[in-house]
Design a protein around this ligand. Structure first.
Ligand SMILES: *C1O[C@H](CO)[C@@H](O)[C@H](O)[C@H]1NC(C)=O
Ligand SMILES: *[C@@H]1O[C@H](CO)[C@@H](O)[C@H](O)[C@H]1NC(C)=O
Ligand SMILES: *[C@@H]1O[C@H](CO)[C@@H](O)[C@H](O)[C@H]1NC(C)=O
Ligand SMILES: [Zn+2]
Length: 476
């Protein structure tokens, strides 16, 4: 490009979003109650205990822990409604726990960061803009707006279009049906699409409804593989050599619910699935009017490996409610049944499940501290190389380690289960952006593509490890 052309392009790329935001109408409404997020760092063991007790009583105060307390000196993020704000500030000051208000108004944050900036813009104009923006997002014949969060039906329609355009190497798959009757839809990508004998890489996102960037990132991977197949030699080699199973949104009921939240943070920040309300006593909802009953299971505590051990919760009102039995949920059964099916069992060499937030690359075991699988050195080496590749993209800093060592013990999680029961060598949990930024789950749409792009750099390291593991050529 000439300098002049570059300058015009640059100008256009700068001005276009401003034009879009002028077009988008911002209707301000203040619902009640309002919500704040506090960032709290416990300095002492006693303070940590106070915070951990608060997690156990989160439903009493209607608190939503975005980031649970782990150890002293490590921050916790908790969303507090105005209705119990005074109770919490009193409790914190009586225990001498200091805090900062990291998000003064969650609704405002949602509006500022997540409101579509180009609704009403035609696909044609958008693809024109994309071409000028030149940020390296691959294009394929099925178009998708990677500058925004999409609805569940947007992504399903897009995958269906991809299959129509590229039937020789893509196929839409439906791994199960949710409680509310939605299909859990993903896509298989691999040349000679009916070939079931290739080694497999599994990638999923959105098992937690509020972790929207994980869903977007999975969609971006699909776009990379499809859009660059046939033109980029390495991508072509990946798609020729391996089968990819990518399920961008494992919990569509939860996502549809959270995505519909306009100015309701409780709904936007929904984590679990949309099961019927269950009461702590075991009675059904309404039988004892004095009892508070709650809805939803934490799907990532519902897998059948060390299920219901410390690291999950049997109270239906807990954010990490494990469900009434292992695999009680249709979503977790769908993942299990797919991985154990003749189509996949014994062929999957990588299982990567994406969450937000904290910037972590996590390997097994998550269920207990200082506990490692026999091939820990391989898992650790690939994770560290992946983190290096990710960081070299934009300098985003990640930490790697086992979930239990760098975070806290988690039981009934999909990744531990995949490692142990589905016999997948490279089982990883990714916690994407941000790290310690204040916005938590509410990632600015502007960061979506960079987040996906840097994560893909890390994923390619895992794909290369899978090729190597199977003595397949490294490059196309
Ligand atoms: C999640 O929870 C319940 C169990 O409590 C289960 O019966 C239901 O099918 C699940 N809901 C969804 C969204 O699939
Ligand atoms: C919060 O404080 C108010 C006023 O002291 C009290 O009436 C209320 O019961 C408290 N709420 C909880 C959940 O403890
Ligand atoms: C809180 O700090 C004050 C002043 O530093 C001290 O006198 C008091 O004992 C502390 N209270 C608790 C519960 O630690
Ligand atoms: Zn999560």
């Amino acid at each position: 490009m000439t300098t002049r052309c570059l300058r015009v392009t640059f100008l256009f790329a700068r001005i276009f979003p401003i034009l879009l935001s002028l077009i988008a109408t911002n209707v301000e409404t203040s619902p009640s109650p309002s919500f704040q997020v506090f960032r709290i760092v416990p300095d002492t063991k006693e303070q940590l205990k106070v915070l951990k007790d608060l997690v156990d009583n989160a439903d009493v105060y209607d608190l939503d822990f975005w980031k649970s307390p782990t150890k002293t000196g490590v921050s916790t993020d908790v969303m507090i409604p105005s209705t119990t704000l005074k109770n919490i500030t009193d409790l914190l000051s009586s225990s001498n726990i200091s805090y900062v208000v990291s998000v003064p108004d969650v609704v405002r944050l949602m509006k500022e960061y997540e409101t579509p900036k180009d609704s009403g813009i035609s696909d044609l104009l958008r693809s024109f803009y994309r071409r000028f923006k030149d940020d390296g997002v691959a294009t394929n014949k099925a178009t998708y707006n990677f500058d925004d969060y999409g609805s569940y039906s947007d992504m399903v329609n897009w995958m269906t279009k991809i299959q129509e355009y590229y039937p020789s190497f893509t196929k839409v798959i439906q791994i199960g049906t949710t409680h509310e009757g939605r299909s859990i839809v993903g896509i298989k990508i691999g040349n000679h699409i009916s070939n079931q004998n290739k080694r497999v890489v599994w990638i999923d996102g959105g098992i937690h409804a509020r972790e929207w960037a994980s869903i977007h990132t999975a969609l971006y991977f699909i776009n990379e593989l499809v859009g660059k197949y046939g033109s980029d030699p390495d991508i072509t080699h990946y798609v020729n050599s391996l089968n990819f199973y990518i399920i961008p949104c494992v919990n569509p009921d939860g996502y549809v619910y959270a995505f519909a939240a306009k100015d309701n943070p409780r709904q936007r920040l929904w984590r679990k699935n949309r099961s019927k309300p269950v009461c702590p006593s075991g009675l059904s909802a309404g039988q004892n009017p004095a009892e508070k009953c709650c809805q939803g299971v934490d799907l990532n505590r519902n897998f059948g490996f060390h299920w219901a051990e410390p690291g999950s919760n049997s109270n239906p009102c807990s954010l990490i409610y494990q469900g009434h039995s292992a695999f009680s949920e249709p979503e977790t059964r769908a993942v299990r049944d797919m991985l154990l099916s003749p189509e996949l069992y014994g062929k999957v060499d990588a299982f990567i499940t994406m969450h937000t937030y904290s910037q972590l690359w996590i390997y097994p075991w998550g269920h207990h501290e200082n506990s490692y699988p026999a091939d820990i050195v391989d898992l650790k080496t690939v994770a560290e190389n992946a983190v290096r590749a990710l960081e070299s993209t934009y300098g985003t800093k990640y930490k790697s380690g086992t979930g239990a060592d760098i975070l806290y013990a988690v039981t009934g999680a999909s990744s531990d289960w995949a490692k142990q029961e589905a016999k997948v060598k490279y089982a990883y949990v990714l916690e994407l952006r941000p790290a310690a930024a204040l916005n938590g789950f509410v990632l600015n749409t502007r960061e979506l593509v960079p987040t996906a792009k840097e994560t893909w750099a890390g994923i390619r390291v895992v794909i290369d490890a899978v090729l190597k593991l199977n003595n397949l050529p490294a490059k196309g």
